[in-house]
Design a protein. Structure first.
Length: 161
């Protein structure tokens, strides 16, 4: 199973492609889609859409997984992240990809075993679970890899049920 994990954002959208064979996880690729702050919101969303489509065509994932919006006190940030999520979900649907959605506590639980883990703990476990020499950078890419790991673990559990 090949899963493309996405950490949505308007300025930076992290992505991470993880393959699961049996119970072994392997990182295939990770990175970020970045947009300039001086561009209009519509152009930034269009860039995310176009670049994600290119990635999907290139990487050919079986499924996509995305972090759900976790509302915080900054409403402006929440709205822009929600807009980016909408574009990403549209892109997944247009590419006929099953899309799993996970809350930050679900992702933390799947990766560390503790739903309130600190960001550094999640990043450390991403490194260990994927047998990487160092923690993936930037943070958005590491978060996207965690989303993919969460999805793969969740899919495995649902198939066993």
């Amino acid at each position: 199973m090949l899963t493309l994990g996405i950490d949505p954002g308007t300025a930076t959208t992290g992505y991470g492609l993880v393959k699961m064979t049996g119970n072994q996880l392997k990182m295939i690729e990770y990175g970020c889609i970045k947009t300039a702050k001086d561009l209009s919101p519509a152009v930034r969303l269009q860039m995310i859409y176009k670049e994600l489509n290119v990635l999907i065509k290139k990487l050919k994932p079986d499924e996509l997984s995305i972090e759900q919006l976790f509302f915080n006190k900054n409403i402006t940030t929440a709205i822009s992240v929600a807009q980016a999520r909408g574009v990403i979900l549209l892109c997944a649907a247009q590419n006929d990809l099953l899309c799993g959605e996970y809350t930050p506590p679900q992702i933390k639980l799947a990766v560390t075993g503790y739903g309130k883990a600190e960001k550094k703990q999640v990043q450390y476990m991403v490194q260990k679970l994927l047998c990487l020499e160092k923690i993936p950078k930037p943070d958005d890419a590491a978060d996207a890899l965690a989303v993919a790991i969460c999805h793969l673990h969740s899919r495995t559990l649902s198939y066993r049920a």
